[in-house]
Design a protein around this ligand. Sequence first.
Ligand code: FE
Ligand code: FE
Ligand code: ZN
Length: 278
Amino acid sequence: MGLRIGCHLSSSKGFLAMAQTAESIGANTFQFFTRNPRGGAAKEWQQEDVDAMLAFFREKDIGKPLAHAPYTLNACAKDSRVREFALETFADDLKRLQMIPDVMYNFHPGSHVGQGAETGVGLIADTLDQVLREEQTTTVLLETMAGKGSEIGRSFEELRSIIDRVDLSHKLGVCLDTCHVWDGGYDIVDHLDEVLIEFDRVIGLDRLCAIHLNDSMNVRGSHKDRHQKIGQGNIGLKAFEHIINHPSLRNFPFYLETPNELDGYQEEIHLLKELYRV
Ligand code: FE
Ligand code: FE
Ligand code: ZN
């Protein structure tokens, strides 16, 4: 199988439109926000639109998309109303995602805002315990974070401690964001093998489900989280060639979240396909 790659797309025109847009730029998967990334009520999803997308997938060999939770979802906020919003949003998204069988739902674990990582991890696990259901077909992904401010998920250990505390932990996976782990301090440029061994030791590579492919504007360990176009940041093109071809990573879906419009994404997808060894 070839490289499974896509980018983040706007969901404003619906599911079939996203799948068609993905195909038009050479992508064979895509990511979308379940609702406005900065919060608020979600638009209704139409089952006919979802079905049309699924039919298009079968026809065109496009992989299931990755759903992304809004950034405002903070399961470990200090303010209980913010946590309540996170709980409601999470539960509602998981309910609606049942319209798309076997999809993945990625979320940022959250920011503990001064309560400490230990408390944050506990609150995130509590939220997951309240929303996960045995019958759901959606896999919920914890994203590796840069550690900006009080973000949880800056280390593999923090993600592991969340997973360890959740009852239905077999519903959980991890999405590795290259910009975030780099900004978090992991040297995926000169020591990719070691980082993946570490990931396997701490979390387990069997938990890895998806990769966000982003270059970084910042130096390693900066804890900043500012994405750059592929090959134009401090990670660099050579490292991305290694990442997409690495035996432990090459069969996962890769999603670009680089600062691009569609034409820029199209170029990056083309470039990465050229670098993928078949
Ligand atoms: Fe994200
Ligand atoms: Fe990301
Ligand atoms: Zn980011």
